[in-house]
Design a binder for this molecule. Structure first.
Ligand code: OGA
Ligand code: MN
Length: 286
């Protein structure tokens, strides 16, 4: 190995030390990084003084990038970069009713990025540029470990179910002005297996989170009870890692095997800006 690997918890996460992401990694090292990521679901690289172009270049080593579905969330002129921030262009703090502030609050619910798309995201990478002094951590939960820990009756009950994910279900609190009509039409509800077989590890994972609206063929009340129960089960502390951000931290996670959420912070007073790249999936889940 050309770098060191230290697990962050017994069930999820590893830190890689000894790589400089400012420079291209050769194919052999990239393959080793990919294996660590598949094994641990999330990987932390700290003290990475990289810019957007370097983040995009590293992310492309994992796969083709998604373009962000909402203009207000992009870095101007860079549709590959999603900004998780409470800051305006001039680094002043956004007013609470800014549509992006609502999106930030929605990111406080457990989710898998782009699970509302027919071909959802494979991976995401967040790089910390400005971090609050307190709070504002990001949490990750291992959906393969959560599936394995289900009882056999539940596994049998859910193994062949289809779940409908809908962006406008999870974002039902969002002020309508946050989205243009075009942006809305571009993301209709989509069907996914509730239990996904991970295409690279072969492990079964629970594919729910806050975008999951209903189970096909099930009365809505029962759908909600099942989805809520699975989300609650899957996000117990024993399956999770909570990351306290320092400037320069980069985290790469597997959206096929993890839920994540941002924790609240004093967004009216403290500043936070993380830049995200998102690796697109390459085929539908069904
Ligand atoms: C994201 C996200 C949470 C956070 O960028 O995809 O969910 O902690 N962010 O900002
Ligand atoms: Mn997210």
């Amino acid at each position: 190995m050309d770098f060191s690997v230290t697990p962050l918890t017994p069930t999820i996460g590893a830190e890689i030390r000894g790589l400089d992401l400012r420079r291209p990694l050769d194919d052999n090292i990239m393959a080793q990084v990919r294996q660590v990521w598949l094994d641990h679901v999330i990987v932390l690289f700290s003290e990475q003084d990289i810019d957007d172009a370097q983040q995009i270049a590293f992310s492309r080593g994992i796969g083709t990038l998604e373009l962000i579905n909402m203009a207000a969330l992009q870095v101007p002129g860079k549709p590959e970069i999603y900004r998780a921030t409470n800051l305006n262009e001039d680094d002043t703090i956004m007013v609470p009713e800014h549509p992006v502030m609502q999106t930030n609050r929605d990111n406080q619910k457990w989710h898998s990025d782009s699970s509302f798309k027919h071909v959802p995201a494979t991976a995401s990478l967040l790089h910390a540029r400005v971090v609050p002094e307190s709070d504002g951590e990001t949490e990750f939960a291992n959906m393969a470990a959560a599936y394995d820990a289900l009882d056999d009756a539940t596994k049998e009950q859910i193994d062949d179910l289809i779940v409908v994910h809908n962006f406008y279900w999870s974002r039902r609190g969002v002020d309508a002005i946050a989205f243009t009509e075009e942006e809305k039409a571009a993301i209709p509800p989509v069907r996914h297996p509730l239990v996904r077989v991970h295409p690279e590890t072969g492990r079964k994972t629970i594919y729910a989170g806050s975008h999951a609206e209903s189970i096909e063929g099930m009365p809505q009340e029962d759908s909600r009870a099942l989805i809520d129960r699975l989300n609650e089960h899957a996000t117990q502390p024993r399956f999770t890692y909570r990351h306290k951000w320092r400037v320069g931290d980069m985290i790469l996670w597997d959206n096929r095997a993890a839920l994540h959420r941002g924790l609240a912070f004093d967004a009216a007073v403290q500043k936070r800006r993380l830049h995200r790249t998102t690796v697109a999936g390459n085929r539908p889940t069904l």
